[in-house]
Design a protein around this ligand. Structure first.
Ligand code: ADP
Ligand code: MG
Length: 567
């Protein structure tokens, strides 16, 4: 071979390498994800260039793939691709220096960071990429030949301060990265990366949807003790979200849904979208037909996974879906994020917030659609997730209107059927401008409440709200479609009595007040331990008396709920 040249890493690269080697990352497995993602990018580039660049006519692009090779004796793991490859200068520039802007600033902050979590966070904004190989290897050998050129280059480094370069003949097009593995050390988070099952597990977890085959030679013992050697493709490559909607069948959606949700029922709805422009992403979301048993346990997290260019980044991405939509399952694949992006960064990323806003609108829109087009299905979905959606009325004031449109509630109008607020409003009596409701433990209790009497007598519809959370959201939403929501059990509810022509005249009222002038203060004093005040009411028709709360009082149901929660 030709002579070996020793070059120094750029100072900043050296610092970054030191940080990587001395493991700011707790999760070492991600090195494979990084190398596979680079290989996949290299295959993409070759395919693209081969379409436009006649200089690549000689290059074989018929079997683009990634292969993983294990050599137990040498203790090496190699990630090989037959993609675009690099020239010597590419190597110096791309691997020897960090061309990315902001490196210096990042390193400054890293030095100041006190704990691993902060460091990991900072690095997440940046991405260590190729250098993550040094978390698991004490030496890395990279051989590469750029497509369309004749000579290849061998690059080698222990990640300390220098790397070696050497021109090599006879290399295939593409790149191989060989890791001389450190010994497995579970305390250090170093698994046995020579183990076939470990490699399979990492590929399945992080790289299953990479669009190129990831192959590995495997060996197993057959029924007669013979050794069977096969080449396996480790990834499924089925990233449904990246395909046009028209090319995905309903069955494929269901199968994918089952894979990510472990739910054997078909989803109630599927949302598949693609956003183009400054921040590109694809989203494939599902509204399940049944709530998981733990929907209301404290630990339940949003069910959306984050991918970056088909590489799995994280489960339960709370930055992409608000808590009240935690029942939505699916995948978001964002194209322009670092693979190392952390939860903390995502929470504060302006663009991710934009994505989330859009996804929420999509989900609420899909539910609204279902409500108008397939009421029966919607009713089932509401039964399962209505309570969670009502949390949205408390948490997500940006979408109050959309959420109120979705509310389904029992009502005095029809004992068999629930109503939407919109339907309620359409049935309101002339002159009625308030939506009336009464909360309570169950329908029978609410219906038999003395508060109901006057409303029933006058034919006003009252919503019957029996979910503990109802007490919370009705207090928070100002109005629906301009109509205030008003509890008939709180404060002074003035029925518009002119509607049925029985309005008490001022003289009648004065007379009545005089009749009871002695009784009321006496009752108030006698019951002072139980009530604040006793007053005359026009609400009752059959009962002699009823207890009402102040407009801002905690209701009995809520009181019970708070007590149950130990508050
Ligand atoms: P990133 O992938 O975010 O650019 P990396 O550190 O992972 O950062 O890689 C740095 C660069 O090295 C890549 O952008 C690419 O140009 C080059 N590179 C790395 N691996 C390969 C490969 N297998 N084939 C071709 N080029 C590669
Ligand atoms: Mg990379």
């Amino acid at each position: 071979g030709s002579s070996v040249e020793t070059l120094e890493f750029q100072a900043e690269t050296r610092q970054l390498l030191r940080l990587v080697i001395h493991s700011i990352y707790s999760n070492k497995d991600i090195f494979l994800r990084e190398l596979i993602s680079n290989a996949s990018d290299a295959l993409d580039k070759l395919r693209l260039e081969s379409l436009t660049d006649s200089g690549l006519a000689e290059t074989d692009t018929t079997d683009l793939h990634i292969s993983l090779e294990v050599d137990p004796d040498a203790r090496t793991l190699t990630v090989r691709d037959n993609g675009i490859g690099m020239t010597r200068d590419d190597l110096v520039e791309l691997i020897g220096t960090i061309a990315k802007s902001g490196t210096a600033g990042l390193l400054e902050k890293l030095k100041e960071s006190k704990d691993a979590a902060t460091a990991e966070n900072l690095i997440g904004q940046f991405g260590v990429g190729f250098y993550s190989a040094f978390m698991v290897a004490d030496k890395v050998t990279l051989c590469t030949r750029r497509a369309g050129t004749d000579s290849g280059t061998r690059w080698e480094s222990d990640g300390e301060g220098t790397y070696e370069l050497q021109a090599v003949d006879g290399l295939p097009t593409g790149t191989s990265v060989t890791l001389h593995l450190k010994p497995a050390d579970s305390e250090d988070g170093l698994a046995d990366y020579l183990s076939e099952s470990k490699i399979r597990q990492i590929v399945k977890q992080y790289s299953d949807f990479i669009r190129w085959p990831i192959r590995m030679a495997t060996e197993r013992t057959g029924p007669e003790g013979e050794v069977i050697r096969e080449t396996d493709t480790l990834n499924s490559m089925k990233a449904l979200w990246a395909r046009p909607r028209t090319e995905v069948t309903e069955d494929e959606y269901h199968e994918f849904y089952q894979q990510i949700s472990h739910d054997w029922l078909a989803p109630a709805d599927t949302i598949h979208m693609r956003a183009e422009g400054t921040f590109e992403y694809e989203a494939l979301l599902f509204i399940p037909s049944q709530a998981p048993f733990d929907l209301f346990s404290r630990e339940t997290k949003p069910g959306v996974q984050l991918y970056v260019k088909r590489v799995f980044i994280m489960d339960d991405c709370e930055a992409l879906m608000p808590n009240y939509l935690r029942f939505v399952k699916g995948v978001v694949d964002a194209h322009d994020l670092s693979l190392n992006v952390s939860r903390e960064i995502l929470q504060h990323d302006r663009q991710i917030r934009g994505v989330r806003r859009r996804l929420v609108k999509k989900v609420l829109g899909a539910l609204k659609d279902m409500q108008s087009k397939d009421a029966e299905r919607y009713t089932k979905v509401w039964d399962q997730f209505g309570r969670a959606l009502k949390e949205g009325l408390v948490e997500d004031t940006d979408n109050t209107e959309a959420l109120l449109e979705l509310v389904s509630a029992a009502s005095t109008h029809d004992p068999e059927k629930t109503t939407t607020l919109r339907e309620y409003v359409e049935r309101m009596k002339d002159g009625q401008d308030t939506i009336y409701y009464l909360t309570g433990e169950n329908r029978a209790m609410v219906e038999n409440s003395p508060h109901m009497e006057a409303f029933a007598a006058k034919g006003y519809e009252v919503l019957i709200l029996t979910d503990p959370i109802d007490e919370v959201w009705v207090d928070q939403v100002p109005a629906f479609d301009g109509h205030r929501l008003q509890s008939i059990a709180k404060g002074q509810v003035d029925l518009d009595e002119s509607a049925d022509g029985e309005k008490e005249t001022d003289a009648d009222k004065a007379q009545r007040e005089q009749d009871f002038a002695a009784l009321l203060p006496w009752l108030t004093t006698t019951l002072s331990e139980q009530v604040k005040q006793v007053r005359l009411s026009s609400r009752l028709t059959a009962s002699a008396a009823c207890i009402v709360g102040d407009a801002h009082d905690v209701t009995p149901t809520l009181e019970k709920m708070y007590r149950a929660m130990g508050q």
